[in-house]
Design a protein around this ligand. Structure first.
Ligand SMILES: Nc1ncnc2c1ncn2[C@@H]1O[C@H](COP(=O)(O)OP(=O)(O)OP(=O)(O)O)[C@@H](O)[C@H]1O
Length: 824
């Protein structure tokens, strides 16, 4: 690795202080005050903002070193890896702010999960407001595509991988411009996702296109867990920076029977363990011991009342059963702590849950315990996360997805089983879980306990000893992603020949890793050839043009809508068929069209029979229209599947009934009961549908086909409601629910208290908001107000820009007509 002096480019007044603490490469914790005129090239007030909004007053040594790397100053690409909670985000945020407000270019920030995108948007809004840049959220169906032109201020697009891919295509099609300005930087959090099936391949394809087609964009990638960092650095043509820094010491332990052993790694990588303590079961009654033979409740008791604990469970259902065990065994004393705040949380859950709270949560939260899994709605999960962060909840029982998808630090992490579902845990998953232990600034150290059963001993030893996994490309096994990569490169005008596509393919991590094994390989050209042939065979290319690749209108619209080509063709046929006899007496037919083709949610057989034999008038009309007759039902009864109509139609129809019930204001509890599906599962389905519906909207807009020109208007009507996830919600609440931290419950309470519009919230006082909304932390109230102000400002500026351009247009035509008058 190159060595770099980290004192370079620092204000002279700082030099003395910095020289005294020259970085020596080890992972000690050391801080620096940055009292210069500016803050890493940013206005001084940014430093105060980090203090006010993130409670960060000093940068870690490594953060300073990294920000002062020659590579960073020269705007080279950068990938950096440090353990979880090492403070990676701060470096990325400083770099992004520099790009936005100093270089005045737009930035794309890609995060892997919807919850992380929303958290980032919420926390960056105060920065956007004060430092004058736009913050735009791109998740599911949210976020205009192509982005609104905003020339006055730069924009930060915070997006998921899927929406990021769409934004990059849009940018490539416009010569590096997006929303009226150049994109200067793309930041990717959790870069190790490159090795994940499907999403990893999509990320690889997106980054490859940027690397190959646009050399002016700086790519910044960060991760905690990559075994082959240099290889990933080579792929991204990036400077590689790694440190083993953790601000808070992590003590890893293992529980075998009643004994807890501290685990240490010797220099040669081998493990040694030392008995630390034995669990004291004497505080348990006989019943409690029976209920909790592993002593999980005892492990939680040890860190109460001041500490907090995350318990990772192998399955969704075990989160609930373990939460039950914990709240029944941690002692009654905890129930009296923070009672008022717990009541507030209960009320907030009740409003959010349409008047009901899950029976287990309604008891456990009073003991400071909750479960957190995909069976809960996003809104419920968010409330529980906020309460955990503010200390009302002391213990959350969750699945491994929380470790990756939510930023929740705890004093102790307990891993109840080394399995995720049925699979033995990966090393990276384990590191991500234990990485949540310890909270910078709040605790001196954090600890983790993994529960070990006799028959897992050898495997757990291996898990603890093993090095970090390598990131291996999945692109070669994801044909659809390769098709989309080819089509988007042609559609954006970046490639028009097979050779250009081969050159692009050679730039992928997949080919670089394959060539490492066989330098003579022809994989890139073979792959491109076979994919182009396949795409030709399904008429994705305009075959009338020779020697040049050009897409058909459907393929172009597929790229614009971020749909894969086969899906887009299916959609085109479906919309054509539907438009000849679209049922518009209610929303059912449109909702049917909005259901994704690959929807994975299915209903139980008995349920299906009950639903299909009791269809109401409108439902029956659509069933008839789709050819779902009694014959289908009897086939389903006899064979468990239907034969004369496609399974996709059958499943889409069943799913559309769920959407229709919600649209008709059925409570989510009733719908959950009718279809025997958890509320959280229904909510996730809603968000997938929102995403698909907005793809249909973009597809039909971009296709510009006369026969389908009524669809954009029809979908514009349903997309906003699908986006907010509450179909029966009054439209009065829609704008409030556009705020990143506001869901149905908060919107309802705000509305009732007279905060009916974004403008009302923007003018509100944060303490007053906390008084009228149950369980609203002050920090969230402050961010809510900032978001409302920023959204209104962006809206106002868009209108002003529109007015300016209209005026300019008009002036031009008027001066032209004057010229004409003079002429004649
Ligand atoms: N210099 C600093 N001083 C004090 N706290 C800091 C500093 N830098 C970051 N933090 C805080 O440390 C916590 C962890 O930081 P961050 O989320 O950036 O870590 P990370 O390395 O990105 O972890 P992960 O791998 O989980 O994403 C955050 O609460 C952040 O505000």
């Amino acid at each position: 690795m190159k060595t770099t002096s980290f004192t370079a480019d620092i204000h002279p007044s700082q030099k003395r202080q910095l020289e005294e603490t020259t970085f020596n490469g080890n992972s000690q914790k050391r801080f620096h005050e940055m009292d210069a005129q500016d803050f890493f090239g940013l206005p001084h007030k940014v430093k105060h903002m980090f203090k006010k909004h993130k409670q960060i007053s000093r940068l870690y040594d490594w953060q300073i070193e990294c920000l002062n790397l020659e590579a960073v100053k020269n705007k080279e690409n950068l990938v950096y890896a440090l353990p979880t909670s090492g403070g990676k985000t701060l470096v990325a945020e400083i770099l992004m702010l520099r790009e936005l407000i100093v270089h005045e270019r737009n930035v794309i920030f890609i995060l892997p999960y919807v919850a992380l995108v929303q958290e980032k948007v919420q926390s960056l809004c105060p920065f956007g407001l004060n430092l004058e840049f736009n913050v735009e959220e791109y998740v599911g169906g949210k976020g205009k595509h192509p982005p609104i032109q905003r020339k006055r201020k730069s924009s930060l697009y915070v997006c998921t991988l899927e929406r990021g891919a769409g934004l990059v295509d849009c940018m490539l099609a416009n010569d590096g411009q997006l929303g009226g300005r150049s994109i200067g930087m793309i930041v990717v959090d959790e870069l190790h996702l490159l090795g994940e099936q499907k999403r990893g391949a999509l990320l690889e394809s997106t980054l490859t296109k940027v690397l190959h087609f646009n050399h002016n964009i700086q790519i910044i990638g960060m991760s905690a867990t990559i075994g082959n960092m240099q290889e990933i650095g080579n792929f991204l043509n990036a400077y590689v920076y790694t440190r083993d820094f953790r601000p808070v010491q992590l003590i890893e332990t293992i529980k075998i029977d009643d004994a807890i052993f501290v685990i240490n790694k010797d220099i040669d990588g081998s493990l040694n363990s030392k008995l630390n303590r034995k669990l004291n079961f004497s505080v348990y009654s006989t019943d409690m011991k029976k209920l909790d033979p592993s002593g999980i409740g005892l492990l939680v008791r040890e860190i109460l009342p001041s500490g907090s604990c995350l318990i990772f469970c192998p399955t969704k259902s075990s989160c609930q059963s373990i939460a039950k065990i914990v709240y029944k065994t941690i002692g009654k004393e905890v129930a009296h702590v923070d009672l008022k705040k717990k009541e507030e949380l209960y009320k907030a859950l009740k409003v959010e849950g349409d008047g009901k709270v899950c029976p287990l949560l309604s008891r456990s939260i009073f003991f400071g315990v909750a479960y957190h899994n995909s069976g809960l709605t996003n809104a419920e999960r968010k409330l529980l996360e906020e309460s955990f962060l503010s200390g009302i909840l002391k213990c959350i029982c969750c699945t491994s997805t929380l470790a990756a998808g939510v930023n929740l630090p705890a004093q102790r992490v307990i891993i109840t089983s080394p399995y995720v579902g049925r699979d033995f845990m990966k090393r990276s998953t384990y590191r991500q879980m234990v990485g949540r232990a310890g909270r910078a600034g709040l605790t001196e150290n954090g600890d983790s306990v993994i529960l070990c059963q006799e028959n897992d001993k050898t495997k757990i030893k291996e898990l603890l000893e093993r090095g970090i996994e390598h990131v291996d490309s999945c692109l070669g096994t994801e044909e659809n992603v390769v098709y989309s990569m080819i089509l988007s490169s042609v559609s954006t005008g970046c490639a028009s020949s097979q050779q250009q596509l081969v050159d692009l393919m050679k730039r992928t991590l997949f080919i670089q890793q394959t060539e490492k094994l066989n330098s003579e390989c022809t994989v890139a050209s073979d792959l491109v050839e076979s994919c182009v042939d396949k795409l030709r065979s399904i008429n994705a290319f305009d075959n009338t043009i020779e020697n040049k690749l050009k897409l058909t209108p459907i393929a172009n619209a597929a790229v614009a809508a971020n749909l894969d080509i086969l899906e887009a063709q299916k959609l085109y046929t479906e919309l054509m068929e539907a438009s000849s006899a679209l049922i518009l007496t209610n929303k059912l037919h449109l909702l049917y069209l909005a259901v994704p083709y690959k929807e994975c949610m299915t209903l139980e057989r008995q349920n299906v029979l009950e639903i299909m034999t009791n269809l109401q008038g409108d439902q029956q009309a659509l069933a008839n229209r789709l050819g779902l007759t009694e014959l289908c039902i009897s086939q389903f009864i006899s064979y468990g599947r239907i034969k004369n109509v496609s399974e996709i139609i059958w499943n889409k129809f069943l799913m559309s009934l769920i959407l229709n019930d919600l649209w008709n204001k059925e409570s989510i509890w009733t719908v959950s009961q009718t279809y025997n599906l958890p509320r959280g599962t229904i909510h996730s389905f809603l968000s997938r549908t929102a995403s698909h519906a907005s793809s249909i909207l973009r597809f039909t807009e971009s296709l510009n086909d006369k026969k389908l020109d009524h669809f954009p208007m029809l979908f514009q009507n349903i997309v906003p409601k699908l986006n907010i996830g509450i179909l029966g919600c009054s439209s009065d609440l829609e704008s409030l629910m556009g705020l990143p931290s506001v869901r149905f419950g908060r919107a309802t309470q705000l509305f009732k208290a007279g905060y009916k519009t974004l403008n009302d919230v923007a003018k509100a006082n944060k303490k007053e908001l906390c008084n009228v909304v149950n369980n609203l932390p002050l920090k969230v109230a402050r961010e809510m107000i900032a978001s409302a102000k920023l959204m209104l400002l962006s809206e106002a500026e868009t209108l002003e820009e529109l007015a300016e351009s209209l005026r300019a247009d008009l002036n031009q035509s008027m001066s032209k007509s004057k010229e004409n008058i003079l002429w004649f």
